[in-house]
Design a protein around this ligand. Structure first.
Ligand code: ADQ
Length: 409
């Protein structure tokens, strides 16, 4: 059996998720009420039986490190681990100059582990994937590198690496974030995007990052510098993610993958979870998303006036442990642990992080409220864009974001 290693790239600055990344790395941003974004990729590896994972961290990594050590402790005696690798300046006085440099600076891990194949995956995507199927594909094709790919609408093409692929699955062209993305053959509305998830045979990866490190003009980035050259002289194959199914998955979830790179996509992916019949199903216990256990009490819903003026209720929502919905109503929202919604308040289409309190008689709509924020009684958010812009961050999609710990008055 092949010896495998997963190296998870978690060192990006995550500026497009500001202000949620003001105090934490993007992979540590809470998601779905109960999880951090990184839990999705790590669960994919664990559920696929790949139990050696190194998470390469850099910016604002404290919260991510805490999460990894609390949620992802593996049994050491079986040789299983999920380990955070902080940027250590092993090769000089620079932080990671890019994603390829992050691997180069940690080549010692590869020398120590001696894997046959190395998965290099991003840390900020929401999806389910059986990575063993990608490995089988890679081995069958005798590929030097395999890139996972998914069709995306052509207007989003400039945010991704765009691929042209031959009938045998071999990569014919790769353009990193092209201004004018070429469409897929026979489908002018879609283009084939790299998911930023790569599988390398060890020799290829080591050779490529060493060569790249010596090139002073390189951007030291997997998309820009490695893949866009490699396919020209090595067998690089394209793995069709839509073919990848996992245990317990319903057909409608096939091909679901979200790069939660900006707040509007992040918001929408959370909202996908509260659909009555969601495309992405958190309740598939044959491919569970693992995260940190906690000791909070169950969510509680209190008050039911006879005239229905004050009802503690939540509909079409995810409500985590430790929440108390006390005479307020919550609809189509995602609540992290220890949220409190008080009497006569209405929360709709919103995401509330841990330890948020909504005072009495508030009206909150299309908002993301970060950790430890108290909304004073009587406040209205999400109904008057000009007023919201004056006080808070409002995305181009009109979502109001209130940063962690903000004193709202
Ligand atoms: P982007 O997501 O824009 O495109 P990038 O910003 O390099 O690429 O992020 C990829 C991963 O690397 C992220 O998980 C990030 O945290 C990490 N990373 C970024 N900079 C880093 C650094 N300096 N040090 C360490 N880690 C770093 C990539 C590909 C595209 C592809 C999209 C899919 O380049 O071809 O289409 O991913 O989302």
């Amino acid at each position: 059996m092949s010896k495998l290693l997963a190296m998870i790239l978690a060192g990006g600055a995550g500026t497009r998720l500001e202000p949620l990344t003001r105090e934490r790395a993007k992979p540590a941003v809470p998601f779905g009420g109960r999880y951090r974004i990184i839990d999705f990729v790590l669960s994919n590896f664990a559920n696929s039986g790949v139990y050696r994972m190194k998470v390469l961290t850099q910016y604002k990594s404290d919260s991510l490190n805490n999460h990894l050590s609390r949620a992802w402790r593996m049994t050491a005696f079986l040789g299983h681990y999920v380990e955070a690798v902080p940027a250590q300046m092993r090769t000089g006085l620079d932080w990671y100059k890019g994603s390829a440099d992050a691997i180069y600076q940690n080549l010692n891990i590869i020398t120590d582990e001696e894997p046959d194949h190395i998965f290099v995956f991003g840390a900020d995507h929401v999806y389910r994937m059986d990575v063993r199927k990608m490995l089988d594909f890679h081995i069958e094709r005798k590929a030097a590198c395999t890139v996972a790919a998914i069709p995306v609408p052509i207007e989003q093409g400039r945010e991704f690496g765009i691929i042209d692929v031959g009938p045998d699955g071999r990569m014919l062209q790769f353009l990193e974030k092209p201004k004018d993305p070429p469409p897929m053959p026979g489908n002018p509305k879609m283009c084939l995007a790299s998911m930023g998830n790569y599988l390398f045979s060890t020799d290829t990866l080591v050779k490529q990052v060493v060569r790249d490190a010596a090139d002073e003009k390189s951007a030291h980035d997997f998309g820009k510098s490695i893949i866009s050259e490699l396919y020209k002289h090595e067998p690089v194959y394209v793995y069709d993610f839509a073919q990848n199914t996992v245990a317990g998955q319903e057909d409608k979830e096939r091909g679901y993958w979200r790069d939660v790179g900006n707040i509007d996509v992040y918001y929408q992916s959370n909202m996908d979870l509260v659909e009555v019949d969601p495309t992405f199903n958190l309740y598939n216990d044959r491919w569970p998303i693992h995260t940190q256990p906690n000791n909070y009490p169950p969510a509680k819903f209190v008050f039911a006036d006879q005239d229905n003026k004050r009802v503690g209720k939540a509909t079409d929502s995810l409500v985590a442990e430790g929440c108390i919905i006390s005479g307020g109503s919550v609809h189509r929202s995602v609540l992290s642990p220890k949220v409190r919604v008080n009497s006569y308040s209405e929360v709709e289409d919103s995401i509330l992080f841990e330890n948020v309190t909504i005072g009495r008689r508030c009206r909150i709509k299309r908002a993301i409220i970060d950790k430890n924020v108290e909304i004073p009684p009587g406040m209205t958010i999400g109904y008057d864009t000009a007023e919201d812009k004056r006080r808070f961050h409002v995305t181009s999609g009109g979502v109001v974001v209130i940063p962690k710990g903000m004193k709202v008055t």
